[in-house]
Design a protein around this ligand. Structure first.
Ligand SMILES: [Fe+2]
Length: 360
Protein backbone atom coordinates (compact mmCIF):
# COMPACT_ATOMS: atom_id res chain seq x y z
CA UNK A 1 0.00 0.00 0.00
CA UNK A 2 1.35 3.45 -0.91
CA UNK A 3 1.92 5.36 2.33
CA UNK A 4 -0.68 5.31 5.04
CA UNK A 5 -4.29 6.26 4.43
CA UNK A 6 -3.99 9.28 6.71
CA UNK A 7 -1.53 10.96 4.32
CA UNK A 8 -4.12 10.79 1.52
CA UNK A 9 -5.36 14.03 -0.01
CA UNK A 10 -9.03 14.77 0.74
CA UNK A 11 -11.05 17.42 -1.04
CA UNK A 12 -14.33 18.46 0.62
CA UNK A 13 -16.87 20.52 -1.33
CA UNK A 14 -20.07 21.67 0.40
CA UNK A 15 -21.79 25.05 0.32
CA UNK A 16 -22.66 24.82 4.03
CA UNK A 17 -19.78 26.01 6.12
CA UNK A 18 -20.96 24.03 9.19
CA UNK A 19 -20.74 20.73 7.26
CA UNK A 20 -17.32 21.50 5.89
CA UNK A 21 -16.07 22.57 9.28
CA UNK A 22 -17.44 19.44 10.99
CA UNK A 23 -15.88 17.08 8.45
CA UNK A 24 -12.55 18.88 8.36
CA UNK A 25 -12.22 18.86 12.14
CA UNK A 26 -13.23 15.21 12.32
CA UNK A 27 -10.73 14.06 9.68
CA UNK A 28 -7.94 16.07 11.27
CA UNK A 29 -8.76 14.37 14.59
CA UNK A 30 -8.50 11.04 12.79
CA UNK A 31 -4.97 11.95 11.70
CA UNK A 32 -5.67 13.12 8.12
CA UNK A 33 -3.36 16.07 7.41
CA UNK A 34 -3.83 16.69 3.67
CA UNK A 35 -7.18 18.40 3.43
CA UNK A 36 -8.56 21.06 1.14
CA UNK A 37 -12.07 22.41 1.49
CA UNK A 38 -14.34 24.92 -0.19
CA UNK A 39 -17.87 26.21 0.25
CA UNK A 40 -17.81 27.81 -3.19
CA UNK A 41 -18.64 25.18 -5.79
CA UNK A 42 -17.02 27.31 -8.50
CA UNK A 43 -13.68 26.64 -6.87
CA UNK A 44 -14.11 22.87 -6.91
CA UNK A 45 -12.56 22.23 -10.32
CA UNK A 46 -9.55 24.58 -9.97
CA UNK A 47 -8.89 23.04 -6.55
CA UNK A 48 -9.15 19.55 -7.99
CA UNK A 49 -6.64 20.40 -10.72
CA UNK A 50 -4.18 21.97 -8.33
CA UNK A 51 -4.54 19.56 -5.39
CA UNK A 52 -5.02 16.24 -7.29
CA UNK A 53 -6.98 14.66 -4.41
CA UNK A 54 -7.17 10.93 -3.70
CA UNK A 55 -10.86 11.28 -2.84
CA UNK A 56 -13.58 13.94 -3.15
CA UNK A 57 -16.39 14.38 -0.63
CA UNK A 58 -19.05 16.22 -2.54
CA UNK A 59 -22.39 17.85 -1.79
CA UNK A 60 -24.97 17.67 -4.57
CA UNK A 61 -27.23 20.65 -4.15
CA UNK A 62 -25.19 23.83 -4.23
CA UNK A 63 -25.60 27.28 -5.83
CA UNK A 64 -23.62 28.19 -9.00
CA UNK A 65 -22.37 24.71 -9.94
CA UNK A 66 -24.14 21.65 -8.56
CA UNK A 67 -22.44 18.38 -7.59
CA UNK A 68 -23.58 16.59 -10.77
CA UNK A 69 -21.82 19.14 -12.98
CA UNK A 70 -18.69 19.00 -10.83
CA UNK A 71 -18.55 15.21 -11.22
CA UNK A 72 -18.82 15.55 -14.99
CA UNK A 73 -16.07 18.21 -15.01
CA UNK A 74 -13.81 16.00 -12.87
CA UNK A 75 -14.52 13.05 -15.15
CA UNK A 76 -13.13 15.08 -18.06
CA UNK A 77 -9.93 15.70 -16.12
CA UNK A 78 -9.24 12.01 -15.60
CA UNK A 79 -7.49 9.53 -17.87
CA UNK A 80 -9.39 6.38 -18.79
CA UNK A 81 -7.50 4.28 -16.22
CA UNK A 82 -7.61 6.85 -13.38
CA UNK A 83 -9.63 6.04 -10.29
CA UNK A 84 -10.44 9.02 -8.05
CA UNK A 85 -13.47 8.07 -5.93
CA UNK A 86 -16.20 10.60 -5.25
CA UNK A 87 -18.32 10.15 -2.11
CA UNK A 88 -21.58 12.03 -2.38
CA UNK A 89 -23.06 13.53 0.79
CA UNK A 90 -26.65 14.62 0.28
CA UNK A 91 -29.97 15.04 1.99
CA UNK A 92 -31.73 13.96 -1.20
CA UNK A 93 -31.08 10.26 -1.61
CA UNK A 94 -34.06 9.27 -3.76
CA UNK A 95 -33.53 6.61 -6.40
CA UNK A 96 -33.60 9.16 -9.22
CA UNK A 97 -30.87 11.21 -7.56
CA UNK A 98 -28.82 8.07 -6.86
CA UNK A 99 -29.04 6.95 -10.48
CA UNK A 100 -28.10 10.38 -11.76
CA UNK A 101 -25.17 10.69 -9.34
CA UNK A 102 -23.91 7.22 -10.25
CA UNK A 103 -24.03 7.95 -13.94
CA UNK A 104 -22.20 11.24 -13.30
CA UNK A 105 -19.35 9.43 -11.55
CA UNK A 106 -20.20 8.99 -7.84
CA UNK A 107 -18.79 5.87 -6.22
CA UNK A 108 -20.82 5.93 -2.99
CA UNK A 109 -23.48 7.92 -1.08
CA UNK A 110 -24.20 8.99 2.44
CA UNK A 111 -27.29 10.73 3.73
CA UNK A 112 -27.07 14.00 5.57
CA UNK A 113 -26.87 14.58 8.43
CA UNK A 114 -23.92 12.24 8.23
CA UNK A 115 -22.83 9.68 10.76
CA UNK A 116 -19.14 10.49 11.14
CA UNK A 117 -18.09 6.90 11.90
CA UNK A 118 -19.75 5.81 8.70
CA UNK A 119 -18.08 8.61 6.71
CA UNK A 120 -14.70 7.45 8.00
CA UNK A 121 -15.44 3.83 7.11
CA UNK A 122 -16.55 4.69 3.56
CA UNK A 123 -13.62 7.04 3.00
CA UNK A 124 -11.15 4.38 4.15
CA UNK A 125 -12.72 1.75 1.91
CA UNK A 126 -12.70 4.01 -1.12
CA UNK A 127 -9.11 5.09 -0.48
CA UNK A 128 -8.01 1.48 -0.15
CA UNK A 129 -9.64 0.72 -3.49
CA UNK A 130 -7.88 3.71 -5.03
CA UNK A 131 -4.45 2.66 -3.76
CA UNK A 132 -4.93 -0.93 -4.85
CA UNK A 133 -5.91 0.40 -8.25
CA UNK A 134 -2.75 2.54 -8.38
CA UNK A 135 -0.60 -0.43 -7.39
CA UNK A 136 -2.13 -2.67 -10.04
CA UNK A 137 -1.67 0.07 -12.62
CA UNK A 138 1.96 0.63 -11.70
CA UNK A 139 2.61 -3.11 -11.74
CA UNK A 140 1.10 -3.48 -15.18
CA UNK A 141 3.09 -0.48 -16.46
CA UNK A 142 6.30 -2.09 -15.19
CA UNK A 143 5.34 -5.37 -16.81
CA UNK A 144 4.58 -3.64 -20.08
CA UNK A 145 7.95 -1.90 -19.96
CA UNK A 146 9.72 -5.21 -19.29
CA UNK A 147 7.90 -6.95 -22.13
CA UNK A 148 8.79 -4.07 -24.45
CA UNK A 149 12.47 -4.23 -23.44
CA UNK A 150 12.62 -8.00 -23.89
CA UNK A 151 10.91 -7.79 -27.27
CA UNK A 152 13.39 -5.15 -28.35
CA UNK A 153 16.33 -7.22 -27.12
CA UNK A 154 15.01 -10.21 -29.01
CA UNK A 155 14.55 -8.20 -32.20
CA UNK A 156 18.03 -6.72 -31.93
CA UNK A 157 19.54 -10.14 -31.30
CA UNK A 158 17.72 -11.54 -34.31
CA UNK A 159 18.96 -8.71 -36.52
CA UNK A 160 22.49 -9.04 -35.20
CA UNK A 161 22.52 -12.78 -35.86
CA UNK A 162 21.38 -12.17 -39.42
CA UNK A 163 24.03 -9.49 -39.85
CA UNK A 164 26.72 -11.91 -38.61
CA UNK A 165 25.40 -14.59 -40.95
CA UNK A 166 25.75 -12.17 -43.87
CA UNK A 167 29.30 -11.31 -42.79
CA UNK A 168 30.16 -15.00 -42.44
CA UNK A 169 28.90 -15.57 -45.97
CA UNK A 170 31.03 -12.77 -47.34
CA UNK A 171 34.15 -13.54 -45.35
CA UNK A 172 35.51 -16.07 -47.80
CA UNK A 173 34.79 -13.81 -50.72
CA UNK A 174 35.81 -10.25 -49.91
CA UNK A 175 37.24 -10.64 -46.40
CA UNK A 176 34.97 -8.02 -44.82
CA UNK A 177 31.30 -7.45 -44.14
CA UNK A 178 31.34 -4.08 -45.84
CA UNK A 179 29.81 -5.15 -49.14
CA UNK A 180 26.77 -6.74 -47.51
CA UNK A 181 26.01 -3.62 -45.47
CA UNK A 182 26.51 -1.29 -48.43
CA UNK A 183 24.10 -3.31 -50.55
CA UNK A 184 21.54 -3.20 -47.69
CA UNK A 185 21.81 0.59 -47.44
CA UNK A 186 21.65 1.18 -51.19
CA UNK A 187 18.80 -1.26 -51.76
CA UNK A 188 16.73 0.41 -49.00
CA UNK A 189 17.38 3.87 -50.48
CA UNK A 190 16.39 2.72 -53.97
CA UNK A 191 13.22 1.05 -52.63
CA UNK A 192 12.32 4.24 -50.75
CA UNK A 193 12.98 6.35 -53.85
CA UNK A 194 10.59 4.03 -55.74
CA UNK A 195 7.94 4.87 -53.10
CA UNK A 196 7.86 1.42 -51.53
CA UNK A 197 5.98 1.39 -48.18
CA UNK A 198 8.26 2.03 -45.16
CA UNK A 199 7.74 -1.54 -43.90
CA UNK A 200 9.01 -2.96 -47.19
CA UNK A 201 11.99 -0.57 -47.17
CA UNK A 202 12.94 -1.75 -43.66
CA UNK A 203 12.65 -5.40 -44.65
CA UNK A 204 14.83 -4.87 -47.73
CA UNK A 205 17.37 -2.96 -45.64
CA UNK A 206 17.79 -5.92 -43.28
CA UNK A 207 17.38 -8.74 -45.77
CA UNK A 208 19.51 -7.47 -48.67
CA UNK A 209 22.85 -8.06 -46.88
CA UNK A 210 22.10 -11.79 -47.06
CA UNK A 211 21.82 -11.82 -50.86
CA UNK A 212 25.08 -13.78 -51.39
CA UNK A 213 24.80 -16.06 -48.34
CA UNK A 214 24.69 -19.05 -50.72
CA UNK A 215 28.39 -18.48 -51.52
CA UNK A 216 29.03 -20.45 -48.33
CA UNK A 217 28.29 -23.51 -50.46
CA UNK A 218 30.66 -22.65 -53.35
CA UNK A 219 34.03 -24.44 -53.32
CA UNK A 220 37.06 -22.25 -52.59
CA UNK A 221 38.83 -23.00 -55.87
CA UNK A 222 35.91 -21.45 -57.73
CA UNK A 223 34.95 -18.68 -55.30
CA UNK A 224 38.53 -17.44 -54.91
CA UNK A 225 39.78 -18.15 -58.39
CA UNK A 226 41.92 -15.23 -59.52
CA UNK A 227 41.36 -15.65 -63.26
CA UNK A 228 38.24 -16.01 -65.36
CA UNK A 229 35.85 -18.84 -64.49
CA UNK A 230 35.40 -21.68 -66.97
CA UNK A 231 31.79 -22.18 -68.18
CA UNK A 232 31.31 -25.21 -65.88
CA UNK A 233 32.72 -23.24 -62.93
CA UNK A 234 30.43 -20.34 -63.75
CA UNK A 235 27.45 -22.70 -63.59
CA UNK A 236 28.53 -23.82 -60.13
CA UNK A 237 29.02 -20.20 -59.10
CA UNK A 238 25.45 -19.44 -60.20
CA UNK A 239 24.13 -21.97 -57.71
CA UNK A 240 24.89 -19.51 -54.88
CA UNK A 241 21.37 -18.19 -55.58
CA UNK A 242 19.60 -21.52 -55.06
CA UNK A 243 21.87 -22.50 -52.17
CA UNK A 244 21.04 -19.16 -50.51
CA UNK A 245 17.35 -19.77 -51.17
CA UNK A 246 17.61 -23.15 -49.44
CA UNK A 247 19.51 -21.79 -46.45
CA UNK A 248 16.88 -19.11 -45.91
CA UNK A 249 13.78 -21.16 -46.79
CA UNK A 250 11.02 -22.12 -44.36
CA UNK A 251 11.34 -18.93 -42.27
CA UNK A 252 8.12 -17.80 -40.59
CA UNK A 253 9.22 -14.19 -40.26
CA UNK A 254 8.79 -11.73 -43.13
CA UNK A 255 12.46 -10.82 -42.81
CA UNK A 256 13.66 -14.35 -43.63
CA UNK A 257 11.07 -14.72 -46.37
CA UNK A 258 12.29 -11.49 -47.99
CA UNK A 259 15.92 -12.59 -47.58
CA UNK A 260 15.14 -15.90 -49.27
CA UNK A 261 13.42 -14.14 -52.16
CA UNK A 262 16.40 -11.79 -52.60
CA UNK A 263 18.98 -14.60 -52.44
CA UNK A 264 17.07 -16.50 -55.12
CA UNK A 265 16.30 -13.66 -57.53
CA UNK A 266 19.04 -11.01 -57.32
CA UNK A 267 20.69 -12.31 -60.53
CA UNK A 268 17.49 -12.40 -62.55
CA UNK A 269 17.30 -9.86 -65.37
CA UNK A 270 14.37 -7.74 -66.54
CA UNK A 271 14.67 -9.21 -70.07
CA UNK A 272 14.45 -12.79 -68.74
CA UNK A 273 18.03 -13.83 -69.50
CA UNK A 274 19.19 -13.96 -65.87
CA UNK A 275 19.48 -16.91 -63.49
CA UNK A 276 18.55 -19.23 -61.85
CA UNK A 277 14.93 -19.27 -63.10
CA UNK A 278 15.06 -16.88 -66.10
CA UNK A 279 12.20 -14.82 -64.66
CA UNK A 280 11.33 -11.63 -66.55
CA UNK A 281 9.90 -8.20 -65.70
CA UNK A 282 7.52 -8.11 -62.74
CA UNK A 283 7.66 -11.91 -62.37
CA UNK A 284 10.88 -11.07 -60.56
CA UNK A 285 9.92 -10.02 -57.03
CA UNK A 286 10.34 -6.31 -56.29
CA UNK A 287 13.02 -6.94 -53.65
CA UNK A 288 15.05 -9.06 -56.11
CA UNK A 289 14.91 -6.31 -58.76
CA UNK A 290 15.99 -3.69 -56.22
CA UNK A 291 18.95 -5.71 -54.93
CA UNK A 292 20.08 -6.57 -58.48
CA UNK A 293 20.55 -2.85 -59.06
CA UNK A 294 22.17 -2.10 -55.69
CA UNK A 295 24.51 -5.10 -55.96
CA UNK A 296 25.66 -4.09 -59.44
CA UNK A 297 26.29 -0.46 -58.47
CA UNK A 298 28.33 -1.54 -55.46
CA UNK A 299 30.32 -4.15 -57.42
CA UNK A 300 31.20 -1.56 -60.09
CA UNK A 301 32.30 1.13 -57.66
CA UNK A 302 34.51 -1.18 -55.58
CA UNK A 303 38.03 -2.25 -56.36
CA UNK A 304 38.56 -5.97 -56.97
CA UNK A 305 41.81 -7.91 -57.48
CA UNK A 306 40.97 -8.03 -61.17
CA UNK A 307 39.63 -4.47 -61.68
CA UNK A 308 39.83 -0.83 -60.61
CA UNK A 309 36.93 0.85 -58.85
CA UNK A 310 34.63 2.72 -61.22
CA UNK A 311 33.58 6.29 -60.42
CA UNK A 312 29.99 6.75 -59.27
CA UNK A 313 29.23 8.63 -62.51
CA UNK A 314 30.52 5.79 -64.70
CA UNK A 315 28.58 3.23 -62.66
CA UNK A 316 25.37 5.30 -62.90
CA UNK A 317 25.90 5.58 -66.66
CA UNK A 318 26.32 1.82 -66.95
CA UNK A 319 23.12 1.18 -64.98
CA UNK A 320 21.21 3.65 -67.16
CA UNK A 321 22.40 1.83 -70.27
CA UNK A 322 21.02 -1.44 -68.87
CA UNK A 323 17.54 -0.06 -68.17
CA UNK A 324 14.95 -2.40 -69.66
CA UNK A 325 17.50 -5.15 -70.35
CA UNK A 326 19.18 -5.99 -67.06
CA UNK A 327 17.16 -3.69 -64.81
CA UNK A 328 13.56 -2.66 -64.18
CA UNK A 329 13.14 0.73 -65.99
CA UNK A 330 10.96 2.12 -63.17
CA UNK A 331 13.63 1.25 -60.62
CA UNK A 332 16.36 2.77 -62.80
CA UNK A 333 14.28 5.97 -62.84
CA UNK A 334 14.00 5.87 -59.04
CA UNK A 335 17.74 5.20 -58.86
CA UNK A 336 18.51 8.15 -61.15
CA UNK A 337 16.34 10.41 -59.03
CA UNK A 338 18.18 9.22 -55.93
CA UNK A 339 21.58 9.67 -57.54
CA UNK A 340 20.61 13.23 -58.54
CA UNK A 341 20.35 14.39 -54.96
CA UNK A 342 22.49 11.95 -52.96
CA UNK A 343 26.09 10.85 -52.82
CA UNK A 344 25.39 7.15 -53.35
CA UNK A 345 28.81 5.92 -52.26
CA UNK A 346 28.63 7.87 -48.98
CA UNK A 347 25.08 6.68 -48.44
CA UNK A 348 26.04 3.05 -48.94
CA UNK A 349 28.81 3.33 -46.35
CA UNK A 350 26.58 4.66 -43.59
CA UNK A 351 26.83 2.71 -40.37
CA UNK A 352 24.03 2.40 -37.86
CA UNK A 353 24.31 1.59 -34.21
CA UNK A 354 22.39 -1.53 -33.14
CA UNK A 355 20.24 0.61 -30.84
CA UNK A 356 18.97 2.65 -33.75
CA UNK A 357 17.69 -0.44 -35.51
CA UNK A 358 14.02 -0.18 -36.31
CA UNK A 359 11.93 -3.03 -34.93
CA UNK A 360 10.67 -5.19 -37.73
FE1 LIG B 1 25.13 -12.77 -56.00
Amino acid sequence: MRGSLSSSRLLIVDDEWANVHLLERFFREQGFTNLQTTTDSREALPLFRQFRPDIVLLDLLMPYVDGFSIMVQIGRELMADDYVPILVLTADITNVTKQRALSSGAKDFLTKPVDLTEVLLRVRNLLQTRFLHLEVRQHSEELEQKVWERTRELEETKLEVLERLAIAGEYRDHDTGEHTRRVGNLAAAIAASANAPPGVVRLIHRAAPLHDIGKIGIPDHILRKAGQLRPDEREIMKTHTTIGGKILSGGRHALLQTAKSIALTHHERWDGTGYPAGLAATDIPFEGRVVALADTFDALTQERPYKQAWSADDAIHEILSQSGTQFDPDLVRAFMQLSGNTDLIALSRMVESPTSMALL
